[in-house]
Write a protein that binds this ligand. Structure first.
Ligand code: TMP
Length: 207
């Protein structure tokens, strides 16, 4: 039986460069001969697309609990259809957003972040390592407005993103959770992220 794979989650506020970094990381690991699955939340399933449409709509009309339920349902199918099978085949899965996004984004709507985390830990496979990319909200928003092809989202509100960032910042570092400064140029952030991940994979391989 193949050795179980590794689940890496990239997290952070909109505009932190997460998706760019997830792609650069996947390419660098593949170059080293590793089998990588790059995936993201919300997913490309019909539910994932519905969530995306909602976020790109004009109004945030769902109550926080309903929003959370949608993300949880989408994550459940993500785990069952993509993450678990890839892990069973021994692959490295990089998820561009995972359950800390619910902790931070739905927590910032007034739900209890610790409770959201606990609910997810029961329902979804734990990431072996989650990396939260950090940068000031003003810088993230400036990056977003410099990306004209990105549709506006109902979550693009400075005060809301400050609360999201504060919840992310409150997540305690440990062997399976790290914060990484993402305020520098993308190649610099990539180098730092890659070295963190390679070190992690080396240690994980020794376990
Ligand atoms: P994206 O812009 O990274 O594709 O994500 C779409 C939006 O969905 C983003 O504003 C963050 C939000 N989101 C949540 O609010 N909760 C979640 O659990 C996830 C996965 C995303």
């Amino acid at each position: 039986m193949a050795k179980r794979g590794v689940l890496l989650a990239l997290e952070g506020i909109d505009g932190c460069g997460k998706s760019t970094q997830a792609e650069l990381l996947a390419a660098a690991l593949k170059e080293r001969g590793l089998e990588v699955v790059l995936t993201h939340e919300p997913t490309d399933s019909s539910l994932g697309r519905l969530i995306r449409e909602y976020f790109q709509g004009s109004e945030r009309y769902l109550i926080p609990k309903e929003e959370l339920n949608l993300f949880m349902a989408n994550r459940r199918e993500h785990v069952a259809e993509v993450i678990d099978p890839a892990l069973a085949e021994g692959k490295i899965v990089i998820s561009d957003r995972y359950y800390y996004s619910s902790v931070a984004y739905q927590g910032a709507l007034g739900l209890d972040p610790d409770r959201i985390l606990a609910q997810n830990e029961v329902m979804a496979v734990r990431p072996d390592l989650a990396v939260i990319l950090t940068l000031p909200v003003a810088q993230a928003l400036a990056r977003l407005s410099a990306t004209p092809q990105r549709p506006r989202q109902v979550s693009d509100d400075p005060a809301y993103l400050e609360r999201v960032a504060a919840i992310y910042a409150g997540q305690q570092e440990g062997p399976d959770l790290r914060h990484l400064d993402a305020s520098g140029p993308p190649p610099e952030v990539h180098a730092a992220l890659l070295s963190l991940i390679l070190e992690f994979l080396e240690t994980a391989g020794e376990r």
